[in-house]
Design a protein. Structure first.
Length: 65
């Protein structure tokens, strides 16, 4: 799970495996595979980097153990 921030500054967690689209509209909007949309304060680059870090962490965990 990755932590993101809604426009009202509430924190929430989302499973990056469910993220289908991340776009700048002008806020960052995340669309999940179910069609649910989330507007977040993080930039598209920040969301992308956080997802990459998540996948790297999962890969290393599976590789080492």
């Amino acid at each position: 799970m990755i932590e993101l921030t809604k426009l009202n500054y509430d924190k929430f967690f989302i499973n990056p495996n469910l993220v289908e689209i991340v776009e700048h509209t002008p806020d960052t909007m995340i669309t999940t595979i179910s069609g649910k949309k989330y507007h977040v304060l993080e930039s598209v680059d920040e969301v992308t980097d956080t997802c990459i870090e998540y996948y790297m962490k999962i890969h290393m965990k599976n590789f080492n153990g």
